[in-house]
Design a binder for this molecule. Structure first.
Ligand SMILES: [Zn+2]
Ligand SMILES: [Zn+2]
Ligand SMILES: [Zn+2]
Length: 473
């Protein structure tokens, strides 16, 4: 039988083609996206731009990778010019007969999705970073560029990240990008600067020149005229008469002839229609269209809009799961910041240079973190890390310090004890940790790797930590 191109069968909104299932969504369907998870890709009928925007938002802002990472195609009825939607879809087709052309894209995206390990991130920020880099990785997009967008609360959108936020909260996107850059997930370059409302951080502002006395934007402006022969200075209305359009000096009654010759206009004068105040310089105010605060421009919050690029570290974070930001683990009581730890280590190394003594650093590493973290929610994770710290703390001296190098690697100091004692203490800690883990997780093995190292005053703090953790998986 001849293939006439009409062999595309739609069965209950699903097309099976080339081993994949495509969910067909049209404008008459509800915005419920649950069905997306049971199919390999989505085709949205493109007749209604509002519906397209809403359904694409619903899919991409979902928290389940089974939904937000699915390839989306628009079956074009009209041109899609919305720049936000364009960044969130994987292509367009003009008729269902063209489905064969999108099969390679679907195949490629689904293969890349299968590279990823999904974890439960500890914090909201970490979760948003993970979603963003997962999407970028699966689409082979390494640039996260700001798109000027009138519907964005801050006038620029980073579609795949911004899609998770209501318009009034979109400024949070900038904070998350800052965090991600500090974590080494992105590197960035300057793109533009924006100004946000001092009260609600919205970027939809209307700028007006207002009366410095009462703040009204309702005013009139006229030129000030200086008549050279008599020296009179006054608003131009003083010089006007009711008969012709010539100017006459109110002081000396002479007719003004040529500007620059017998008179000039040295400045302008504004008169407020609200309070009749006369003034030469306006105040500039920016009224927020969201909360109606009339901001003095000096009060606006300036923020940089930057272009981001996914780093190699970011790519690996997508593949292995991005569990937490440094801020999340810094909040765990009983630990110090990683930078603080390095500083203290530097002093201890310096002290050893001058005195005979033996001090150590130790590391405990969970070698299957994504397996562990994917099984538990973020609150439980925080609790788990707290418990780990509590067990370690109870085995070391109060002068020793604990830090997290990452959510899976804990580094601690054991100062002024012989190396073999430090090793023995660490072994005891691991026994206790294993006991703790087996009560917390019935059906899961948590694998620990450890290392202990004597401090050597010839090595820098960085080299110590590198040596200490280099063999961890
Ligand atoms: Zn006024
Ligand atoms: Zn005059
Ligand atoms: Zn506002």
């Amino acid at each position: 039988m001849e293939d006439n191109g009409n062999n595309i069968k739609v069965n209950d909104s699903v097309i099976e083609y080339s081993g994949f299932t495509f969910l067909l969504i049209d404008a008459l369907d509800s915005l419920n996206v649950d069905k997306v998870q049971f199919n390999n890709a989505v085709i949205v009928d493109g007749k209604d731009p509002d519906f397209i925007r809403q359904i694409v938002r619903r899919i991409r802002s979902n928290n389940s990778p089974d939904i937000y990472l699915k390839p989306i195609f628009i079956l074009k009825g009209i041109n899609i010019i919305d720049p936000f939607v364009n960044k969130l879809v994987d292509g367009t087709i003009f008729s269902l007969e063209q489905i064969e052309f999108i099969v390679p894209t679907v195949e490629k995206i689904l293969t890349k999705v299968s590279d990823l390990k999904f974890t439960n991130s500890i914090s909201f920020e970490a979760q948003m970073i993970e979603k963003t880099i997962n999407f970028m990785y699966t689409c082979d997009v390494y640039d996260l560029e700001p798109v000027p967008y009138v519907y964005a609360g801050i006038n620029y959108s980073y579609p795949i990240l911004s899609v998770n936020f209501r318009q009034s909260e979109e400024y949070i996107v900038l904070d998350i990008l800052d965090i991600a850059e500090r974590e080494g997930i992105f590197e960035s370059e300057y793109f533009d600067r924006i100004y946000l409302c001092s009260n609600c951080s919205n970027g939809h502002l209307t700028y007006r020149e207002v009366c410095p006395k009462c703040g009204s934007s309702n005013s009139t402006t006229e030129d000030i005229v200086h008549h050279f022969p008599c020296g009179y200075v006054g608003p131009i209305s003083d010089f006007k008469n009711e008969i012709d359009d010539q100017l006459d000096c109110p002081k000396c009654n002479k007719r003004l002839r040529h500007i620059g010759v017998d008179y000039d206009k040295p400045s302008i004068l504004h008169e407020c229609k609200g309070c009749a105040h006369k003034f030469q310089d306006y105040n500039v105010k920016a009224k927020c269209l969201s909360c109606l605060t009339d901001n003095g421009v000096e009060m606006l919050k300036g923020r940089e809009i930057r272009k981001y690029k996914l780093t190699k570290k970011g790519e690996l974070a997508a593949i292995n799961g991005f569990v937490s930001t440094s801020k999340d683990i810094e909040e765990i009581i009983g630990t110090v910041k990683f930078d603080t730890f390095k500083t203290m280590l530097k002093y201890e190394i310096e002290r050893l240079r001058q005195t005979e003594g033996s001090s150590n650093i130790c590391a405990i590493h969970i070698s299957n973190p994504s397996q562990v973290y994917s099984k538990i929610g973020s609150e439980v994770q925080k609790g788990l890390l707290k418990d780990l710290v509590r067990v370690i703390r109870s085995n070391i001296r109060s002068s020793d310090v604990i830090t997290f190098q990452s959510s899976s690697t804990i580094v601690l100091s054991m100062n002024e004890i012989p190396n073999r004692i430090a090793k023995r203490i660490l072994e005891e800690i691991i026994v206790m940790l294993k006991r703790l883990m087996s009560t917390a997780f019935k059906n899961m093995e948590v694998d620990f790797e450890t290392n202990v190292m004597s401090l050597d005053y010839k090595l820098s703090p960085e080299l110590h930590i590198q040596q200490l953790t280099k063999d961890f998986k």
